[in-house]
Design a protein around this ligand. Sequence first.
Ligand SMILES: NC(=O)c1ccc[n+]([C@@H]2O[C@H](COP(=O)([O-])OP(=O)(O)OC[C@H]3O[C@@H](n4cnc5c(N)ncnc54)[C@H](OP(=O)(O)O)[C@@H]3O)[C@@H](O)[C@H]2O)c1
Length: 210
Amino acid sequence: MHIGIIGTGSMASALAQKLSNAGHTIMIGSRDAGRAKSLADMMGSAVQGGSIAQAADFGQAIILAVTWLGVDNALEEMGDLDGRVIIDITNPLDPDSYDLIPGMKTSAGEYVAQKSKHAQVVKAFNTVFAETILTGSNFDGAKAQVFYCTDEKAAKDVAVELIEDLGFEPLNCGELRNARYLEHMGAMIIKLGYPMGYGTEIAFRLMERE
Ligand SMILES: NC(=O)c1ccc[n+]([C@@H]2O[C@H](COP(=O)([O-])OP(=O)(O)OC[C@H]3O[C@@H](n4cnc5c(N)ncnc54)[C@H](OP(=O)(O)O)[C@@H]3O)[C@@H](O)[C@H]2O)c1
């Protein structure tokens, strides 16, 4: 699949590297196309770099991998998103405290869906550390899950395909509205990983009795 990845940070890098290893063709998009090209040059011929608009145009699916404060600008630079599949991985966090932005009445996922008008948005990957994407899904025999939610069948199919291609198990969390809860889980795992000292080699899995 052709995948546009917006952003050049930890998540964009990890996803570009691992999805290209899995056989996908990637264009990374940045506010600075040179930065995206330099990152892509480190990843082999299946990854190229360009502007945000170029990466959005390239992707059959677009992964939004920017900081919360960059979402508005990224969506604006992505251009016409009518009917496009967007995988929103953002956590709406205050960059200083890593707390969820106070007073938010919905979720980043719903906000992205509303701002991108008729795009098909799926929330996914926001509860998984970039380090885990790089090191893999196996935790002493148990497979880490990637929780996702969406209202759109096409977006669901893309998310499930990419999650499985990365070696993780997809966990359907229902409608996009449930991004409100997934984003709290994203904030919680960051608190566990950093201030509480568990580190980034941790992941969520729903335990189920047979
Ligand atoms: N790190 C993790 O383990 C992790 C896990 C799950 C979810 N997340 C979420 O995933 C998103 C990316 O996380 P990250 O750790 O990769 O962040 P990061 O390393 O800080 O990178 C964020 C990227 O956002 C882009 N950006 C910043 N301001 C922007 C703006 N005004 N317009 C457009 N792009 C802008 C930057 O790209 P350019 O400067 O190249 O344009 C930058 O590369 C965040 O929302 C985060 O909460 C992170």
